[in-house]
Design a protein around this ligand. Structure first.
Ligand SMILES: Nc1ncnc2c1ncn2[C@@H]1O[C@H](COP(=O)(O)OP(=O)(O)O)[C@@H](O)[C@H]1O
Ligand SMILES: [Mg+2]
Length: 255
C-alpha cells in the first residue's frame, strides 16, 4: 500500500492538546505495556533552547504532540531551528527547559530505550564511514540496535531489498553516489523498525524511485501506529501530512 492510499484509507487525526504527564512506569514490563494510554508517541512541551552566545532562543516554548499513525510536517526558513528541534526530539541534545517524551517517558529516564524507539535521519550526508561497505553499515546498525542474533541477518537482508541496495551491498560508501548514500541512510534509519521516525530534509538527492521507497517505509511505520516528523524548508506538495506547522522566531505556528 502506498502512503497516499494509506492516508486516504484513514481519517487524519488532528493534533490534540498534550495529555497530563504519565507517571513513571514500572521497570520490568515490556515497552508496549508500559505506555500510558493517553500518552503521545512523541511530545515536546514548552521546549526552549538558546545556543551559547545567541541573543535569542532558537526554540521558545515549543509545544507539539505527534499522534499515532500520523505524519507531521514542520517547515521554516534556513536557520530557524528545525534541525535543533529534531536533535532535541531524538534525545541527542537537551533543551534548556521543557519536556520531551516518547510514550510518556523522557530520554533522561531511560536513554537506551528512548533511542531504540526513536530514529533520526539527519540532514545531509553525515553518519557514514567512507571505507565501510553498504552491508557493513547495516550490520553495524543492527548490532548497535541490539537486534537478537536470529533477527540480525534477516533485518539486514530485508533492508537491502526494501531500499534497493542489492547491487551496492558490497561497495564502499565513498564509491557510491549521493542518492545511493541517501538510500543507505534511509535503510539505516528504518532498519530496527523504530516507532518514531524523525526526518531532516529527507528527499535530498533522492530520485523518484528513492522517494517512493521512502513513502513505503513511512507508510509501514504509520500502519503500526508509529509517528513521523518531517522537517524541510518547503512543504513537499506530493507528500500528504496530517498536521503542518512552521517555525517562526522560535515559535510553532499553524501552516
Ligand atoms: N551547535 C550549535 N551551536 C551554536 N549554534 C547553533 C548550533 N546548531 C545550530 N545553531 C544555530 O541555531 C540556529 C538554528 O539552526 P538549525 O536548527 O540548524 O536551523 P534549520 O535546521 O532550521 O536550518 C541557527 O542560527 C544556527 O546557527
Ligand atoms: Mg536544518
Amino acid at each position: 500500500m502506498t502512503l497516499t492510499e494509506l492516508r486516504s484509507a484513514t481519517t487524519p487525526a488532528a493534533p490534540r492538546a498534550l495529555p497530563a504527564r504519565a507517571p513513571a512506569p514500572p521497570a520490568d514490563q515490556a515497552a508496549r505495556q508500559r505506555r500510558e494510554p493517553r500518552a503521545a508517541p512523541l511530545s515536546l512541551r514548552c521546549v526552549t533552547k538558546r545556543w551559547r552566545g545567541a541573543r535569542v532562543a532558537v526554540l521558545d516554548r515549543v509545544t507539539v504532540a505527534l499522534q499515532p499513525g500520523t505524519m507531521t510536517w514542520i517547515g521554516g526558513r534556513n536557520g530557524v531551528g528545525k534541525t535543533t528541534l529534531l536533535r532535541i526530539a531524538a534525545g541527542l541534545i537537551e533543551p534548556d527547559t521543557g519536556e520531551v517524551e516518547v510514550w510518556g517517558e523522557s530520554a533522561r529516564e531511560n536513554r537506551v530505550r528512548y533511542q531504540r524507539l526513536v530514529s533520526l535521519l539527519a540532514a545531509g550526508d553525515r553518519g557514514l564511514y567512507a571505507r565501510l561497505s553498504v552491508r557493513g553499515h547495516l550490520d553495524f546498525c543492527a548490532r548497535i540496535a541490539m537486534l537478537p542474533r536470529s533477527e540480525l541477518q534477516r533485518a539486514v537482508a530485508r533492508a537491502i531489498e526494501d531500499f534497493g541496495l542489492e547491487e551496492l551491498a558490497g561497495r564502499r560508501v565513498d564509491r557510491i553516489s549521493m542518492g545511493q548514500r541517501q538510500r543507505l541512510r534511509m535503510a539505516m534509519t528504518f532498519l530496527a523498525r523504530p516507532e518514531i521516525v524523525l526526518l531532516d530534509e529527507p528527499l535530498t538527492s533522492l530520485d523518484a524511485d528513492g522517494a517512493e521507497i521512502l513513502r513505503c517505509a513511512i507508510a509501514e511505520v504509520l500502519a503500526r501506529e508509529g509517528a513521523v516528523l518531517w522537517c524541510s524548508p518547503e512543504r513537499e506538495l506530493r507528500v500528504r501530512f496530517d498536521a503542518r506547522f512552521a517555525l517562526e522566531h522560535g515559535r510553532l505556528v499553524g501552516a
